[in-house]
Design a protein around this ligand. Sequence first.
Ligand code: PNS
Length: 173
Amino acid sequence: MTARSGPESEGHQLRRAVCPGSFDPITNGHLDIIARASKLYDVVHVAVMINKSKQGLFTVDERIELIREVTAEFGNVEVEAFHGLLVDFCKQRDIPAIVKGLRAVSDFDYELQMAQMNNGLSGVETLFVPTNPTYSFLSSSLVKEVATWGGDVAHLVPPVVHEALRDRLTKND
Ligand code: PNS
């Protein structure tokens, strides 16, 4: 584990949070939220939630690899896939907090429902972080759509993801 070792060795529990999502693929908006969470918590778990009914552009393993590459510099981010309820992911790892980005008021409606459901199921708290306005319009789906039709998404995703998108979409032609 790459987390800071100080607090645990002194008998304190590490403060953990999870940033969950589909990450198909990770965008600069996701990365901004993970970076900010990594400054607030000792360990940030990025959970790539598996949704078998949704066919992704990237496999779960590819998504994980891309996230690992772009979060390596933070030093306290762990990335893994999970199939099931987010609250079970949290329970199994002793994670008391979910960190989510809110892009706009329109996000709040569904996010509030999920936060209340998750809290009711297990007591886990959800903390909302306002998305950097630069990324308030950004989603993985839009990035994929724009990139599919040859639009420029270089400023919306990390360079390694841009390369992976180009590779995947060219090969799929
Ligand atoms: O990136 P997304 O697709 O908007 O992320 C949504 C996600 C994966 C965070 C959400 O669907 C989720 O938490 N799924 C796990 C299954 C679960 O716990 N469902 C109940 C939510 S109240």
